[in-house]
Design a protein. Structure first.
Length: 150
């Protein structure tokens, strides 16, 4: 896995948000984006993966995501693909895992949240959390029983 640092939305631009890339994604970036950028008038030696070809300033990632998902005509609900919703999904699903405070801090940093936002605002309802943990325990027990019978 590789990691890309993206400037976060803090007023002074101090917060970094990290994006994890699989080897397939890195290969796609190298084979398509970097090798063809000169055809679009870009500098092949530019250190940025998505450089601006003019001096209009930084790209608004949220606006770009809205435009791209709106252009995908095969998506049933393009409005559901938003960085805010993806961060919230990550925050709520990680509650199922039994993580230490340090591990929660790492996930929160990765999504661009503070630990307080990650754990308090995105808190999964206790009834859903209980059912999910119960189902997970039952699945683990079923696997153990299946392994014993074999």
């Amino acid at each position: 896995m590789d990691l890309i640092e993206v400037q976060g939305k803090s007023p002074r631009g101090l917060r970094k948000v990290f994006v994890v890339l699989t080897p397939e994604m890195v290969e796609g970036c190298n084979n398509q984006l970097l090798k063809t950028r000169c055809h679009a008038g870009g500098d092949p030696d530019d250190p940025f993966l998505f450089p601006r070809l003019n001096s209009l300033g930084p790209i608004d990632g949220c606006k770009a995501m809205r435009e791209v998902t709106a252009a995908c005509t095969t998506l049933k609900e393009p409005t559901l693909i938003r960085s805010r919703l993806l961060r919230r999904y990550t925050a709520t699903t990680t509650q199922i895992l039994e993580m230490t405070r340090d591990e929660l801090g790492t996930v929160a940093d990765h999504t661009g949240h503070s630990v307080a936002v990650h754990t308090d605002i995105n808190r999964m309802q206790s009834s859903i959390l209980e059912k999910t943990k119960g189902a997970r325990a039952l699945i683990d027990c079923t696997r153990e029983w299946a392994d014993e019978e074999i």
